[in-house]
Design a protein. Structure first.
Length: 240
């Protein structure tokens, strides 16, 4: 396994997914939750709209994404019509563009779900904290840094761990967008896609697929162990 270039390519893809998705899906849903938390006219409609991608099947959404980013898709045609490009961009053929499209799909689909988690956490934040900060002359940005973030830190850690685990197990987005090929040369193949490739068919190597599965399981334990360690340290400080 350690001498297999395909394994390292798949691991790199998953790690890039983690590094990009964790900060985006930790911060953006929080900002979205702060927005929809405000009592504005028609805000219920926007809450429903933001949550709609969560209920949609990831395969269906990925197929729509394929239609959008295809060489003859709506995005390329719009860019050509505006005169921004001379020829279609290879969104689903280029290694990095394909990976970017998959990450964009994951972020877009996950925004509504994690927004709801943040809304639950924000509901437990005492209004008196914000009022006290306002009386002290704190700006909105300062209240966000000093009051909001510390109040939802537990939810942020939980969300970051959930995103990291999901990113390591990414499958449907890359599989549908690359049409099960893993992109050019298989460089955009994830670990789950690699497990399916080496373990299926008449010549499938079940032993090797099992070894990669164990490696993936151990990798998903890393963020879980990290949050357990943080919680243990926090409890130790409280006890002291």
């Amino acid at each position: 396994m350690f001498g297999d270039e395909m394994f390292w390519n798949a691991l790199t893809t998953c790690l890039i997914y983690v590094v990009v998705c964790v900060p985006l899906l930790t911060v953006l849903p929080l900002l979205l939750a702060l927005l929809v938390q405000k009592k504005l006219p028609g805000i219920s409609f926007f809450r429903t709209t933001f949550y709609f991608p969560v209920i949609a099947s990831v395969v269906v959404v990925a197929l729509i994404w394929t239609w959008l980013f295809d060489s003859r898709g709506i995005i390329n045609q719009t860019l050509e019509f505006l005169g921004l490009i001379d020829q279609p961009m290879a969104f689903l053929v280029d290694r990095w563009l394909l990976l970017g499209c998959a990450i964009l799909l994951t972020v877009w689909k996950g925004l509504g779900y994690y927004m709801v988690v943040y809304l639950a956490a924000l509901g437990n934040v005492g209004k008196e904290l914000h009022e006290a900060a306002m009386l002290d002359g704190a700006s909105s940005f300062r209240r966000f840094l000093s009051v909001t973030i510390p109040s939802v830190r537990g939810a942020m850690l939980l969300i970051a761990v959930l995103i990291a685990v999901s990113a390591m197990r990414v499958f449907a987005e890359l599989d549908v967008l690359s049409k099960s090929t893993g992109g050019p040369g298989g460089y955009d193949m994830s670990l789950v896609m690699l497990i399916r490739q080496v373990g299926s068919g008449l010549n499938g190597n079940i032993g090797y697929a099992s070894a990669i599965s164990v490696a993936l399981f151990l990798l998903t334990l890393v963020p879980l162990a990290a949050i357990a360690f943080m919680n243990r340290e926090k409890k130790a400080k409280v006890s002291a």
